[in-house]
Design a protein. Sequence first.
Length: 380
Amino acid sequence: MHGSSEGQRSADWNAPHGRQAASLSPAGGQHQPVLTLPDSGAQALSIRAKALAFSDPLSYRLLTQVERIAPSEATVLVMGETGTGKELLARHIHDRSGREGPFVAINCGAFSESLVDAELFGHEAGAFTGARAPRAGWFEAADRGTLFLDEIGDMPLPMQVKLLRVLQERQVVRVGSRQPIHIDVRLIAATNVDLERAVAAGRFRHDLYYRLNIARLDLPPLRQRVGDILPLATHFLGSYAQRLGRPPPILSPTAQRALMAHPWPGNIRELENVIHFALLVSDDGPILPEHLKFAGGFPAIRPEAELAPIDAIALQLARLFDAPAERLMERLEALIIERAYTHSHFNQVRTAQLLGVTRNVVRTLLKRHGLVDSDRQDAG
């Protein structure tokens, strides 16, 4: 096998069956699943995300989709921005696939164009200058397992042709050889490049794109799954506090609001860095907004006009919970039913459709909050 290489993102040859599976663990005792890299602390220099939460409804639906895809043999294409956790998702697919071979992850953008052929498919002795002994490529290394090709959008066009042939024929030919080697490898590819645009621009082969795009998973950026932010922050606080031998500090309500409102251009990796720094400067006290060092000059609190409506509501709820009013639930329920009823021009059927409940539920709420008389019938 190859020695240490920038192209080898990770592979554990000593684990049972050669596997190095990601694991699901509770986030900060909140019983929300968090996917973590094995021995993630040993990979602190990596730009990839080292934890992935599934607390937000958007990401939980993605997890459900992943669990359905994992046991199949289908090639998977994971689309998402840098730092969103694409490799973690790939590891989880491998872990749930039942495949006995290893999980091998490589970065397609890390190889020079002259070496990528030999790295992927291997070479024989004397195949090129410096090839003193035969070496297996990464496809052979992943036999009976899963090969994760990250940043596949950066793969040179000549290599795309060879990759397509390998996917079709299920065999590789080492550089300097004419003898095909059969392989049993499941491929998971990932990219932050819009491959459809790359195909249209002639930078990516359309036939390879269709071959990869059998089971596609779109991993949303962190700013679109706000419900994952606090479980991830809690996870990173606990992880780094444990390394420092100290109890994890609490996140103040204002710091929580700042975290939820930040746009997170660096996604989960940026969140990890922000939490790590905050822990170092908080002096064993609670994490406050002034401890959160956001990159790129972003404000601690993003203007609410830039938030999605449901996220803006969540932000306002956090403020209400900091100083709760009397009968808060009753007042919120009255506000929702009154605004929905007014928006629907005082029609109970339309109000029920708007809120996704039955008309009987709407009428009960209207009567409870004095918005209709008990003996009144409206046009709806």
